[in-house]
Design a protein around this ligand. Structure first.
Ligand code: SF4
Length: 464
């Protein structure tokens, strides 16, 4: 595999392409879920899940122990676990309500805990929750239980208990190992502690560990990124997600506190991202999509090779289930041809469930054209290429219109050397790879219609 670095594009080109664009973990993206949800329409979505279909579950736990200044998540800072217990009791009721509406114990293959900080919850409370899931759903023999975790509040004892609950896939929020960077973002997390956490999970037989890393934070340099990679590689996590920091202080007020420092500009971010990619590939990791890496024997690398890679709300995944039911505040479910989002207000979430109502506030029913465009975007995000004629059996019906509407922008990208166009095919070139999300966004009809870019208040991360 070629590991050479891409040269920084000419300044004009970087300025032209480094603009806010979605990460495309769904299409349409969440800001475009516009329709108010009716209870009956939502019940219908649940009832229509095919009986023999295996599904995935997502549990959102929007609480943290400390606020990290770069955080872009929806979370609440707590100094003890009691409110989480109360919240999880409500989540259990939502699970019961959902299972009753489905009308059977649907088979479940994956359970993903995200946040926030799911490992902030007491293991007894997580145990109760998993027991309810086990009563209401039929759990696969090869069940995957994945959990996002904050290493700062992990102890050997807690690791032992979490593994005993069945957690067999772990994602650690690491971000950066440099003391000055950690201090600036108010997330002190010594390298030695992260290494201990990895050892504790390994001792208990966990063989799927992901590290979330970030570039674009204050005081980061390409040299420090290289040092981060050296340290990280010693622990050999199976997967690494390397995200660009999204500075959106108009949505996340606390991020303003980072403005006392100089944030890396587009050229510096480009350099850091290329350094990370180069060093990880040198260390034997396979690049997955735009910002993930995996050891060659990992399921993600296998899915990429066999063209089974998918992209959903958790990022790149080898989980091929069409239906992902998400529980908790702000959680977003996917039903193949629809998305549904829960309320983000804690009181509304609780009150609705107490009244035996689903806490869904927005739904998005996808038109056949949306589904086609979603496949186009997913293909670009996963493989950096798409053949518009090979997507779905109705390709011919949509391909011409979609191609024609995108053509002018694609040709402009081609002139800049970022894509190669064929007969209804698009291939992102090595020079265009850092701008893959921009190429995908050309097929996003909702984004094209919105004025985000002009107002400068987009909620999306910049392309680089
Ligand atoms: S632990 Fe994660 S979710 Fe919580 S504040 Fe920090 S970055 Fe945000």
């Amino acid at each position: 595999m070629k590991k050479s670095r891409i040269l920084l594009p000419k300044e004009g080109l970087l300025a032209k392409y480094d603009r806010p664009v979605p990460r495309y973990t769904s299409y349409p993206t969440a800001p475009h879920f516009r329709h108010p949800a009716s209870q009956s329409a939502f019940r219908k979505l649940l009832r229509e899940i095919p009986e023999d279909q295996s599904i995935s579950l997502y549990i959102h736990i929007p609480f943290c122990r400390h606020l990290c200044l770069y955080c872009g998540c929806h979370t609440r800072i707590l100094n003890n676990e009691a409110p989480i217990r109360e919240y999880l009791e409500t989540v259990c009721q939502e699970i019961s309500l959902t299972s009753a509406a489905i009308g059977r114990r649907q088979k479940v293959s994956h359970i993903h805990f995200g946040g926030g900080t799911p490992n902030f919850a007491l293991t007894d409370d997580l145990d109760d929750l998993l027991e309810v899931i086990g009563q209401k759903f039929s759990l696969s023999d090869s069940l995957v239980i994945a959990m996002e975790m904050d290493p700062r509040i992990l102890t050997r004892r807690k690791v032992r208990k979490l593994v005993k609950l069945g957690v067999n896939r772990v994602s650690l929020g690491v971000q950066d190992f440099q003391p000055d960077v950690q201090k600036a973002v108010d997330r002190i997390q010594p390298y030695e502690h992260v290494r201990d956490c990895v050892c504790w999970f390994r001792e208990k037989g966990v063989d799927s560990i992901n590290f979330d890393m970030i570039y674009g934070l204050p005081f980061q340099t390409p040299e420090k990124i290289s040092d981060n990679i050296r340290k990280l590689v010693e622990m050999r996590p199976e997967r690494i997600a390397f995200f660009g920091y999204a500075h959106v202080p108009w949505f996340k007020e606390h991020q303003k506190r980072l403005e006392v420092y100089t944030l890396p500009d587009a050229a510096a971010r480009f350099d850091m991202s290329e350094t990370a990619r180069h060093d990880l590939m040198e260390a034997g990791y396979v690049p997955i999509g735009i910002d993930h890496f995996a050891v060659p024997e990992d399921a993600l690398a296998g899915a990429l090779k066999e063209k089974r890679l998918r992209r959903n709300f958790q990022g790149y995944t080898s989980d091929n289930e069409e239906v992902l039911i998400a529980f908790g505040q702000t959680a977003i479910s996917g039903y193949g041809s629809a998305y549904a989002q829960n309320t983000s207000y804690s009181r509304e979430y609780r009150d609705r469930i107490m009244a035996s109502e689903f806490p869904v506030v927005k739904v998005c029913l996808l038109s056949p054209e949306d589904i086609y465009r979603r496949s186009v975007i997913e293909s670009i995000m996963c493989y950096g290429e798409v053949d518009l004629m090979s997507i779905g059996c109705d390709a011919r019906q949509w391909a011409d219109g979609v191609w024609n509407s995108a053509r002018q922008q694609l040709e402009s990208c081609e002139k800049d050397g970022f894509v190669e166009l064929g007969d209804m095919t698009v291939v992102v070139t090595p020079a265009g790879r850092p701008f893959t999300r921009i190429v995908a966004s050309i097929f996003d009809v909702y984004l094209q219609q919105q004025a985000d870019r002009e107002t400068g208040t987009s909620r999306h991360a910049r392309a680089v």
